[in-house]
Design a binder for this molecule. Sequence first.
Ligand SMILES: Cc1cc2nc3c(=O)[nH]c(=O)nc-3n(C[C@H](O)[C@H](O)[C@H](O)COP(=O)(O)OP(=O)(O)OC[C@H]3O[C@@H](n4cnc5c(N)ncnc54)[C@H](O)[C@@H]3O)c2cc1C
Length: 399
Amino acid sequence: MTETVIKPEFGTGQKNFIFNQEHEDLRESMESWVKKELHPHRNEWEDTKWPNHAIERAGELGYLGLCFPEKYGGQGGDYYYSLVRAEALSYAGSGGLGMGFAVQTDMVLPPIEMLGTEEQKQKYLVPGIQGTSIGALGITEPGAGSDVAGIRTTAVLDGDEYVINGSKTFITNAARARFIVLVVKTDPSAGHDGITLLLFDIRDEEGNDLPGFSVAQNLEKMGMKASDTGELAFEDMRVPADSVLGQVGKGFYHISWELQGERLVAAAGSNAGAERVFETTLEYAKEREAFGRPIGKFQAIRHKFGAMATKIEASKQFTYSVAWRINNGEYPVREISMAKLMSAQIACEVADECIQIHGGWGYMKEYEVERHYRDMRLNRIGAGTDEIMLEVIGRSYGL
Ligand SMILES: Cc1cc2nc3c(=O)[nH]c(=O)nc-3n(C[C@H](O)[C@H](O)[C@H](O)COP(=O)(O)OP(=O)(O)OC[C@H]3O[C@@H](n4cnc5c(N)ncnc54)[C@H](O)[C@@H]3O)c2cc1C
């Protein structure tokens, strides 16, 4: 008769179905770089913004090009590496840095790879992967965010140049970007079919604004303070006619494609952010004592951890299942929207509970939970608000 006692096992090995050993090895090396070279600066960068050399270093180490073809300096890895990168970056403890990097790797570069000409790829994708040239994505305007088709920035063809006029706001990396993917109206009378993407330089090699371009305002934010966010002005800015990215008049569809990748990586970032604050709060709950025992031993607090862990795990595994579909060539808009919605809401709920568990210390800067709370709040707004996600999901049922 066997002596082995059959009992449930909490410490299983593989905890998901998408990552293999190579993903895990990459995760380990990236995580250790993030902890060593980025995390120590998280507080200072809240004031100074993350420095460009951080992304250059990431490029040097190959982390920016994980999913891009080797031909352009990437690693040629599958889609899952994008999630690995977002998760590893969460260890920086700086939502602003994670967002600034994600704009480059998951918002600006993918449409260039997908839609760009060979010349555009050589000019923007290659240095973008190296981290030596930083990009921005300009969709939102002072008068139109969720309603992308409501934008007013125009680009009028004049000989072999487009003349751009208008403004964009809330643009991440605005103060540092060398180039931009800009959503413009090339035919204001054509509705969704009058929108085009342009890809062009906004600064010269020394970082000076090119004629017709300026940052009207660097915006002060509630959170994500390590990132720069600006309002851009285009006044008769002339760019070559071959700056079109993709097809003239198809920019609305192109950017709708781009937004899907942006949303799923935002979901991965939200889940990872929730996990990080859960972990630090768990440590706190084991150490902080009240009424003669660690606060984590009170059922009320223990249950908070039970509930948070359940939500985070569900959201993470759901995000992985959507990533699996993307990696298999699908582009499931409904489920991507669900993952974005759920993960952002859960990340905000978790951040809120973690402040509660820290009590008064949660409200103080020292424990960094308050920063997490402020950073996470953006996730229910950026890359498409909760309400827009619900619209997309609801409409997908024919409503
Ligand atoms: C820190 C930060 C960084 C950002 N970075 C970038 C960037 O790099 N590039 C870029 O282009 N944009 C960026 N954005 C903009 C972001 O994507 C928009 O803020 C977001 O899409 C919402 O647009 P809006 O702010 O104009 O809100 P609005 O569209 O004015 O929405 C206001 C409210 O109305 C609701 N609403 C709108 N339409 C509907 C509807 N049909 N049904 C129900 N409710 C609706 C919204 O959900 C929201 O609650 C950034 C924003 C922030 C705050």
